[in-house]
Design a protein. Structure first.
Lengths: 243, 243
């Protein structure tokens, strides 16, 4: 399993992904699921992936290969004019991988399961965020629902539902997303530390606010502990049920 | 879907169940999923059910019919000497229904899906709580995990994980369980109000603390609102993430 979250805020975008990959409970490993492409002062593109690792890696590799391939003049992540075009490129790459591997996966009774959160900014546009499906089609984040989740999304959703606001600062949103991860990590062993996170401020066209949060990260440990304490305190402040 | 919770506490047992049944999103109805059998001053047995409604109703009906049937001297819910024996009776009833309906369900590509939370007290024993599976086998709650959930359990689990303590008062536990329901109701349409709840105090052998919480229940509405407020407040009190 996997847990990834993307937030589209007034001040920018926030991406977070766990790093656990597992084939059964006795075969776990750490793989990066947060991928970025960047052209300073011009564009930043981020992709979070959930699903079959072979498929997600193939999609990411294809997207990167197309950039350096000089064989034709098709659009790439680095030349697409809008994030909508980028989303279509990601969708096409998913379909390309499906064409190559889909049949063989089906005959091994493996499903072609993959989902992506795609976000970024290209100069001339506002930051945008999309969810790309296994069929290569996609939706864009709207104001009504400023966050996207892929993978094991249920444990971490209540806190996002209650606290997310579009006008949050990115550091505030990062705190929120880490709490959402904390709830998920406690309940699903197939979601695991470290967590990769990228805070993108609108119009910076830079990925410099990228960080990996390790198991023993002091901020994360303190956050987890004080959240539990405060939750219990808040709980104690509410009247008991009487019947 | 369904959401049911059972807590085994030092002072007694708490049961809660939603009442929504659905066959598709365009066919929803209210059915009671909390069932009780009682012999004053002697025994109280409670069963919460999740899964195919036809199956769970058949199991409950069988258990009730066996009590009044005079055809033989087999043990029933009202004569079993221990809660362990009661759990075996529930398991047997599940197997009996499977024998009757299982094959026909299989040929209609319907699975035999059902789970129960069973709890209660028989004079001479402490209160006990079990989870009974579709195969008719079961587990008993241990001190390490004082709560059981069946149905749509993920959204409401983080709050139970963080706050549950065996030494809670029942009214406190009822508040906790209602918060767990609130998180679930917000995210899964197939879990719906009203909520049936039973607070059982050890050695009372009575079901008098049973209540149905309707959509417009003032306590529930206030709880939901003040929890959201307090959560946001607690969230604001924690340092932001910095990178």
């Amino acid at each position: 399993m996997t847990y990834c979250v993307g937030l589209k805020l007034d001040r920018g975008l926030l991406f977070a992904a766990d790093t656990r990959t597992n084939a059964g409970v006795d075969n776990i490993a750490t793989f990066k699921k947060l991928h970025t492409w960047e052209e300073p002062n011009e564009r930043v593109i981020t992709l979070l992936s959930a699903g079959n690792l072979a498929i997600t890696q193939a999609v990411v590799s294809l997207l990167s290969e197309h950039i350096t391939s000089v064989e034709d003049d098709r659009a790439t992540l680095m030349t697409a004019k809008t994030m909508f075009q980028v989303a279509r490129l990601v969708g096409s790459a998913v379909r390309e991988v499906k064409e190559i591997d889909g049949e063989a996966l089906a005959t091994s009774a493996e499903s072609f399961f993959v989902t992506f959160i795609l976000g970024g900014q290209i100069r001339g546009e506002e930051p945008r965020m999309f969810q790309v499906y296994a069929a290569g089609n996609f939706i864009e984040v709207s104001e009504d629902t400023p966050f996207l989740q892929i993978g094991e999304h249920k444990y971490g959703k209540p806190i996002l539902d209650r606290v997310t606001r579009s006008d949050m600062r990115l550091g505030e949103a990062a705190k929120l997303v880490l709490l959402s991860f904390d709830s998920t990590l406690r309940s699903n062993l197939s979601v695991g530390m470290p967590i990769d996170m990228l805070l993108y401020n609108t119009d910076t066209f830079s990925t410099e606010r990228q960080v990996r949060i390790e198991q023993n990260d002091p901020y994360f440990r303190k956050l987890s502990q004080s959240w539990s304490d405060k939750l219990r305190e808040a709980f104690g402040d509410i009247d008991e049920f009487e019947v």
